[in-house]
Design a protein around this ligand. Sequence first.
Ligand code: SAM
Length: 277
Amino acid sequence: MYKNFFYKLKIFFLRILGYDKPLRLALLKYLSLKYKRFRPHYETILLESVLEAKKIGYTKVSIIELGVAGGNGIIALENYKKKIQKITNVEINICGFDFGEGLPDSDNKYDLPFFWISGLYKADNQKLNEKIKSKIYYGDIKDTFKEFIKTNPPIISTIFSDLDYYTSTKNFLNQLPEFKDFLTPRVYCYFDDIFNSNHYINEHNGELLAIKEFNNENEDIKIGKSVGHSSDFKFPLGGENLFMLHNFNHIDYFKNINFSKTSLSLDDKKVDKIFNF
Ligand SMILES: C[S@@+](CC[C@H](N)C(=O)[O-])C[C@H]1O[C@@H](n2cnc3c(N)ncnc32)[C@H](O)[C@@H]1O
């Protein structure tokens, strides 16, 4: 029990003292790890994307989670959906996509095969389906996304991507140009696997490589990331993973969504309100 106790204590203190974010953030992160359905990042990304969809004039949107596993993400989304539908009057259609047998086999070196193991995250699909109202498409995302599109779903305003692999993410992204009319002008994209605490993930593998290649291969749709900024306050725990997909040729791309009343006149000393709902 006390094996290497002092060495562990030393590493513990080094980690605490060297942690370069405020410790209150560590507390929020800890709560989200301990309580798997406490996802302030999911809630605020969902909220902002639906508020934007409403400003453009959409009355229905689709929210998709890629990689569902046991379903904690979908259950959290279903909970947040109730409140957000109420305050926005926008109907939210949630759909999930999962292989259904845990992670698929992979022989691709960019999938972090030393870290993500085939079959990992296999879950009880039936148990989940009894608990939720949202539809989950089981199978490989390269086939199931097409199936979903065939149902003529409401326009997609948010993508929560948690497929772990480079190949799976790439197979999904590659379909977007063909189905770009099913995407809002700007789609809020949360990519879960852009960091791991051993620093294995970077722009040469996993989701980041898939995004980089997608951007190199496409002109009309780009997926980008804002710079880290002191004005970034809307997405607790989400800002680092949030990317914005710009669907540049969308018919509504130029539609004004900035209803701010803030004046920059010298006579006007009031600031605009913080909440936009
Ligand atoms: C980390 S888990 C998802 C966890 C879930 N988002 C959550 O928050 O609890 C990753 C999932 O991605 C799914 N996945 C990976 N590659 C896939 C593919 N090509 N098609 C469909 N699902 C895939 C796996 O089946 C696995 O269940």
